[in-house]
Write a protein that binds this ligand. Structure first.
Ligand code: NOJ
Length: 488
């Protein structure tokens, strides 16, 4: 049963603030005068809601040359001068490969009940295909055992951007063979780990690793492909997802749940009126056309194909069936909305509203503060594609985070971010949107891709010189919410 508070139980600070506002109100019952004391305010999440954190292999593990791991495109990219801020790399990162036991203990201290992490493909298959490397798998066996002993449910992601370099040398995501190799690897891992991991994610954020890795070149492998080749990469990423769903289902224990973790373009209606809400739903399908829309609907939208023209992806006979193999859940990474949307009489039926230049932004320049994305993101997925199980697979805030003289990191900016985003998520679950869990990005500060170690996303502060982890103030906030399963 969710706990419920009356206004009186909310305490004197809230009551007096409400009282001051009410003093200038023209009429109606005044908070604090007893008239609304019995009105209940529930801020609880559904029973069984999972609270977790998320990480990714290359961002935290380090140990890049240990126990037979093969190089990935991220090793190559980070060791190419000028690609990463400060020429940082993930050679050591958070040294999680050696410190995973402590990190699991710290997760438990956050009252976390779930953990999303990624598996390094080139630890398992150093050349991408061929003979597996037992020592690589052993690391994840140990991690899983530790998590389960701590009462934390493992949610492995099979691809978080670290393609084995050997596959890149053979054409990478430009070839169909990579999609097939991914399915073989995914099936193998699921066969070995599904006795303990019940949930698997295929690919993390196709839209990011494809657009930034193959169009703008900001992420590995740093390519700037022309439109036709780019569309083929997009298509092969979707194919890899679909073939992997099939391979995991064929080779895992009964009851294994499979889904994706995509940073969908979240479309927020500028005004919550029916015509703008409908426009945001339409925009959700249109703006996600090359990725999640194709997965959920089994076809590319006409508008996408028309815009691509002769550069449209080449689709083999069974591809769309494979791509749309039903998933058990949809994971969405939610940071900022793709767009604020308003209705329009002109095609395509909506207008994307631009962000003003000075829109409030966190430390990473792309991370604008828009808490309502955490309501509209899952709500649109549930409404547009009838998804019955949704996970927030990432949500988090970048900050500068410097320990004060007393050693504490007073990250009230992250607490502000969390409080506001989680308020919107709670609004969604209280309206019946089927969100089953929330994974905060990230457990601890880590290697933030092209931004190197220059920005921090963790609930735990990492001193990279000593590898000491220190819980930030936001970790206390998160623990309270997770432990009580409600906003506090
Ligand atoms: C999405 C990515 O999945 C993750 O790797 C990254 O660190 C966070 N967003 C923050 O940028």
């Amino acid at each position: 049963m969710p706990m419920r508070f009356t206004r009186r139980q909310l305490g004197t600070v809230g009551a007096s603030a409400l009282g001051a506002a009410a003093a200038s109100a023209p009429s109606g019952p005044r908070p604090g005068d007893g008239a609304d004391d019995e009105r209940e305010v529930s801020r609880a999440f559904p029973a069984g809601f999972l609270w977790g954190t998320a990480t990714a292999a290359y961002q935290i593990e380090g140990a890049v040359s240990e126990d037979g791991r093969g190089p990935s495109i991220w090793d190559t990219f980070t060791h190419t001068p000028g690609k990463i801020r400060n020429n940082d790399n993930g050679d050591v990162a958070d040294d999680h490969y050696h410190r995973y036991r402590d990190d699991v203990r710290l997760m438990k201290g956050l009252a976390a009940t779930a953990y999303r992490f990624s598996i390094s493909w080139s630890r398992i298959f150093p050349q991408g295909t061929g003979a597996p490397n037992p020592k690589g798998l052993d690391f994840y066996n140990r991690l899983l055992d530790n998590l389960l002993a701590s009462g934390i449910a493992p949610f492995p992601t099979l691809y978080h951007w670290d393609l084995p370099q050997a596959l890149q040398d053979r054409g990478g995501w430009e070839t169909r063979d990579t999609a097939k190799a991914f399915a073989d690897y995914a099936g193998y891992v699921a066969e070995k780990l599904s006795d303990r991991a019940r949930y698997f994610f295929t690919l993390n954020e196709c839209a990011t690793f494809v657009e930034l890795g193959y169009r703008t070149g900001v992420l590995a492998p740093g390519l700037k492909l022309p439109p036709g080749r780019l569309n083929q990469v997009r298509h092969h990423a979707l194919l890899a997802h679909g073939l992997a769903v099939q391979a995991i289902r064929a080779r895992s224990r009964a009851g294994t749940q499979i889904g994706l973790a995509e940073n969908i373009s979240v479309c927020v209606p500028v005004i919550e009126a029916p015509e703008h809400i409908a426009a945001a739903e339409l925009a959700t399908r249109e703006l996600n056309a090359p990725y999640v829309t194709a997965i959920m609907e089994g076809r590319y939208r006409e508008s996408f194909l028309a815009a691509a023209g002769a550069d449209a992806p080449k689709v083999a006979a069974e591809d769309m069936n494979a791509i749309s193999t039903p998933v058990d859940f949809v994971g969405i990474n939610v940071y900022l909305p793709g767009s604020y949307v308003s209705a329009s009489d002109a095609a395509p039926g909506f207008v994307s509203v631009p962000f003003p230049a000075k829109y409030p932004t966190m430390n990473s320049s792309w991370l604008k503060i828009a808490p309502e994305a955490l309501y509209w993101g899952p709500r649109n997925v549930a409404k547009v594609w009838n998804a019955s199980d949704i996970y927030i697979t990432e949500n988090g805030c970048s900050a500068t985070d410097v320990p004060a003289d007393d050693g504490i990191v007073y990250d009230t900016d992250r607490i502000m971010f969390l409080r506001n985003y989680l308020t919107q998520l709670q609004r969604a679950t209280s309206e019946g949107v089927p969100v089953r869990g929330y994974f905060h990005w990230s457990l601890m500060d880590n290697f933030e891709w092209a931004e190197g170690f220059g920005t921090r996303f963790g609930l735990l502060y990492v001193d990279y010189a000593t590898q000491q982890r220190t819980a930030k103030l936001s970790a206390s906030f998160y623990r309270e919410v997770a432990a009580r399963n409600r906003l506090v």
